[in-house]
Write a protein that binds this ligand. Structure first.
Ligand SMILES: O=C(CO)COP(=O)(O)O
Length: 141
Protein backbone atom coordinates (compact mmCIF):
# COMPACT_ATOMS: atom_id res chain seq x y z
CA UNK A 1 0.00 0.00 0.00
CA UNK A 2 1.53 3.29 -1.08
CA UNK A 3 1.46 6.41 1.04
CA UNK A 4 -0.88 9.01 -0.41
CA UNK A 5 1.07 11.95 -1.78
CA UNK A 6 -0.09 15.53 -2.08
CA UNK A 7 0.15 16.40 -5.75
CA UNK A 8 -0.35 19.92 -7.10
CA UNK A 9 -1.72 20.15 -10.65
CA UNK A 10 -1.46 23.44 -12.51
CA UNK A 11 -1.69 24.47 -16.16
CA UNK A 12 -1.85 27.71 -18.05
CA UNK A 13 -4.82 28.11 -20.39
CA UNK A 14 -3.10 26.90 -23.57
CA UNK A 15 -1.80 23.86 -21.69
CA UNK A 16 -4.94 22.82 -19.80
CA UNK A 17 -6.03 20.29 -22.43
CA UNK A 18 -2.59 18.67 -22.29
CA UNK A 19 -2.75 18.37 -18.52
CA UNK A 20 -6.33 17.06 -18.56
CA UNK A 21 -5.31 14.41 -21.09
CA UNK A 22 -2.31 13.45 -18.96
CA UNK A 23 -4.52 13.16 -15.88
CA UNK A 24 -6.97 10.98 -17.84
CA UNK A 25 -4.10 8.72 -18.94
CA UNK A 26 -2.96 8.39 -15.33
CA UNK A 27 -6.33 8.50 -13.61
CA UNK A 28 -5.97 5.17 -11.79
CA UNK A 29 -2.61 6.08 -10.27
CA UNK A 30 -3.63 9.64 -9.45
CA UNK A 31 -6.84 8.50 -7.75
CA UNK A 32 -4.66 6.99 -5.01
CA UNK A 33 -3.33 10.41 -4.01
CA UNK A 34 -4.51 13.79 -2.75
CA UNK A 35 -4.82 16.24 -5.60
CA UNK A 36 -4.95 20.00 -5.51
CA UNK A 37 -4.49 22.77 -8.03
CA UNK A 38 -5.04 26.36 -8.97
CA UNK A 39 -8.71 27.28 -9.33
CA UNK A 40 -9.55 26.83 -12.99
CA UNK A 41 -7.18 23.91 -13.50
CA UNK A 42 -8.63 22.06 -10.50
CA UNK A 43 -12.21 22.67 -11.65
CA UNK A 44 -11.55 21.59 -15.24
CA UNK A 45 -9.74 18.41 -14.14
CA UNK A 46 -12.53 17.49 -11.73
CA UNK A 47 -15.20 18.05 -14.38
CA UNK A 48 -13.32 16.08 -17.04
CA UNK A 49 -12.16 13.14 -14.95
CA UNK A 50 -14.41 12.91 -11.90
CA UNK A 51 -11.35 13.03 -9.64
CA UNK A 52 -11.52 15.13 -6.49
CA UNK A 53 -9.12 18.07 -6.84
CA UNK A 54 -8.95 20.66 -4.12
CA UNK A 55 -9.00 24.05 -5.76
CA UNK A 56 -7.10 27.10 -4.58
CA UNK A 57 -7.60 30.56 -6.10
CA UNK A 58 -7.12 30.96 -9.80
CA UNK A 59 -3.46 31.53 -10.72
CA UNK A 60 -3.76 35.23 -11.64
CA UNK A 61 -5.66 35.81 -8.38
CA UNK A 62 -3.01 34.34 -6.11
CA UNK A 63 -3.37 30.58 -6.59
CA UNK A 64 0.31 30.12 -7.43
CA UNK A 65 1.23 31.92 -4.23
CA UNK A 66 -1.14 29.77 -2.19
CA UNK A 67 0.44 26.60 -3.55
CA UNK A 68 3.91 28.07 -2.95
CA UNK A 69 3.02 28.64 0.69
CA UNK A 70 1.80 25.02 0.98
CA UNK A 71 5.18 23.88 -0.34
CA UNK A 72 6.91 25.98 2.32
CA UNK A 73 4.68 24.37 4.96
CA UNK A 74 5.66 20.89 3.70
CA UNK A 75 2.14 20.09 2.48
CA UNK A 76 2.97 19.43 -1.19
CA UNK A 77 5.03 16.41 -2.25
CA UNK A 78 5.21 17.05 -5.98
CA UNK A 79 4.00 19.48 -8.59
CA UNK A 80 2.89 18.99 -12.17
CA UNK A 81 2.88 22.48 -13.68
CA UNK A 82 2.37 22.78 -17.43
CA UNK A 83 3.29 26.45 -17.83
CA UNK A 84 3.04 28.11 -21.20
CA UNK A 85 6.43 28.77 -22.81
CA UNK A 86 4.86 30.81 -25.63
CA UNK A 87 2.67 33.33 -23.82
CA UNK A 88 3.40 35.89 -21.11
CA UNK A 89 1.08 35.74 -18.09
CA UNK A 90 -0.13 38.76 -16.10
CA UNK A 91 1.15 37.00 -12.97
CA UNK A 92 4.55 35.91 -14.32
CA UNK A 93 6.26 37.04 -11.09
CA UNK A 94 4.03 34.60 -9.15
CA UNK A 95 4.85 31.79 -11.58
CA UNK A 96 8.56 32.45 -11.16
CA UNK A 97 8.17 32.57 -7.37
CA UNK A 98 6.34 29.23 -7.33
CA UNK A 99 8.96 27.54 -9.50
CA UNK A 100 11.69 29.02 -7.32
CA UNK A 101 10.14 27.82 -4.07
CA UNK A 102 9.64 24.33 -5.53
CA UNK A 103 13.36 24.15 -6.36
CA UNK A 104 14.34 25.56 -2.98
CA UNK A 105 12.28 22.95 -1.14
CA UNK A 106 13.40 20.13 -3.44
CA UNK A 107 9.92 19.29 -4.67
CA UNK A 108 9.81 17.04 -7.75
CA UNK A 109 8.43 19.22 -10.53
CA UNK A 110 7.28 18.32 -14.03
CA UNK A 111 6.71 21.07 -16.55
CA UNK A 112 5.76 18.93 -19.54
CA UNK A 113 4.26 15.55 -20.35
CA UNK A 114 7.47 13.55 -20.62
CA UNK A 115 8.76 14.74 -17.25
CA UNK A 116 5.32 14.14 -15.71
CA UNK A 117 5.50 10.58 -17.11
CA UNK A 118 8.85 10.14 -15.38
CA UNK A 119 7.50 11.29 -12.02
CA UNK A 120 4.32 9.21 -12.12
CA UNK A 121 6.28 6.07 -13.00
CA UNK A 122 9.15 6.66 -10.59
CA UNK A 123 9.90 5.19 -7.14
CA UNK A 124 9.05 8.64 -5.76
CA UNK A 125 5.40 7.58 -5.99
CA UNK A 126 5.85 4.63 -3.66
CA UNK A 127 5.90 4.64 0.11
CA UNK A 128 9.50 3.40 0.12
CA UNK A 129 10.82 6.70 -1.15
CA UNK A 130 11.28 9.37 1.48
CA UNK A 131 12.34 12.77 0.27
CA UNK A 132 14.96 14.36 2.44
CA UNK A 133 13.28 17.25 4.21
CA UNK A 134 15.09 20.45 3.39
CA UNK A 135 16.48 22.05 6.52
CA UNK A 136 17.85 25.52 6.42
CA UNK A 137 20.53 26.70 8.80
CA UNK A 138 19.56 29.24 11.44
CA UNK A 139 21.05 32.10 9.47
CA UNK A 140 18.78 31.27 6.54
CA UNK A 141 15.56 31.03 8.53
O1 LIG B 1 -2.32 30.68 -13.94
C1 LIG B 1 -2.13 29.57 -13.50
C2 LIG B 1 -0.80 29.16 -13.01
O2 LIG B 1 0.15 30.18 -13.06
C3 LIG B 1 -3.23 28.60 -13.47
O3 LIG B 1 -4.37 29.19 -12.94
P1 LIG B 1 -5.79 28.57 -13.21
O4 LIG B 1 -5.70 27.11 -12.93
O5 LIG B 1 -6.73 29.25 -12.27
O6 LIG B 1 -6.11 28.86 -14.66
Amino acid sequence: MNIRKNIALIAHDNKKEDLINWVKENKDKLSEHFLCGTGTTAKRISESTGLEVRGFRSGPLGGDQQIGSRIVEGDIDMMIFFWDPLEAQPHDPDVKALLRIAVLYDIPVANNKSSADYIISSPIMSSKYEREIVNFSKSQK
